[in-house]
Design a binder for this molecule. Structure first.
Ligand SMILES: N[C@@H](CCC(=O)N[C@@H](CS)C(=O)NCC(=O)O)C(=O)O
Length: 221
């Protein structure tokens, strides 16, 4: 497989780098700047029509959507056991998890917009920030209840679904206290010990999104 990846540091494209590391696959990584909007060019839009990362070209075929890319890589490398085959009893749970990760990521994305991307903080809506934080907390509580005896999200062990949520947990901690979810915290600590996670982190690049360790809701929220 010849793989080119359009990547923004500390974004959903980290999921693809991590997946590639788990599979032992090489890729050419083209790093983009979210602040400078370097994906908003006609050339990149040929691969990623909405200028979003990740976008990959696998053997010349363009593909977007981190969850779909991970599922495709899992399916084309079944020997790694990172996906769940059609007909397997855990298939429904696996698909649900792959998609639920994006429900959670959407809340983080909204909080990023309100807390870190608006040019003038006065443009932020305290009500929206409060609602998004609450919604993120609900997804964290749900995740706390979804962890299996295996220590991962599937009873059979580590899978692409854990990669989806592993990125989320890297970002959620800017807006919620992971300590409030003890099983999730232990799970996060387990994930970041994986050699492939560490190798992916080394390739992630310099992040330009967060300037502080935690973003509190504004006074009076
Ligand atoms: N559901 C998509 C979301 C892709 C997405 O929104 N990516 C963000 C980074 S996490 C992005 O490219 N943002 C660039 C921008 O908003 O300018 C996926 O999972 O790949």
């Amino acid at each position: 497989m010849i793989i080119r990846l359009h990547h923004i540091p500390i974004s959903r494209s980290f999921r693809v780098i991590w997946m590639l590391e788990e599979l032992g696959l090489e890729a050419e990584i083209i790093e983009h700047s979210i602040r400078r909007g370097t994906m908003y060019t006609p050339e990149i839009q040929g691969v990623s029509p909405a200028s979003r990362a990740p976008a990959v070209e696998i053997d010349g075929i363009p593909m977007i959507e981190s969850g779909a890319i991970l599922e495709y890589l899992a399916e084309t490398h079944p020997e790694a056991g990172l996906g769940v085959a059609i007909g397997s009893p855990t298939r429904a749970r696996y698909l649900q998890l792959m998609h639920f990760a994006e429900t959670q990521a959407a809340q983080i994305e909204q909080l990023n917009m309100q807390h870190v991307f608006l040019r003038d903080p006065a443009m932020a809506s305290v009500t929206t920030m409060k609602l998004n934080t609450k919604r993120l907390q609900l997804t964290m509580r749900a995740l706390e209840g979804m962890l299996e005896e295996s220590g991962y999200l599937l009873p059979t062990g580590f899978s692409a679904a854990d990669i989806m949520f592993g990125l989320n947990l890297r970002l959620a901690r800017y807006y919620v206290h992971l300590e409030d979810y003890p099983k999730v915290l232990a799970y996060r600590d387990r994930l970041i010990e994986r050699p492939a996670y560490k190798a992916a982190l080394a390739k992630d690049g310099e992040q330009e999104i967060y300037a502080q360790d935690f973003y509190h809701l504004p006074e009076g929220a």
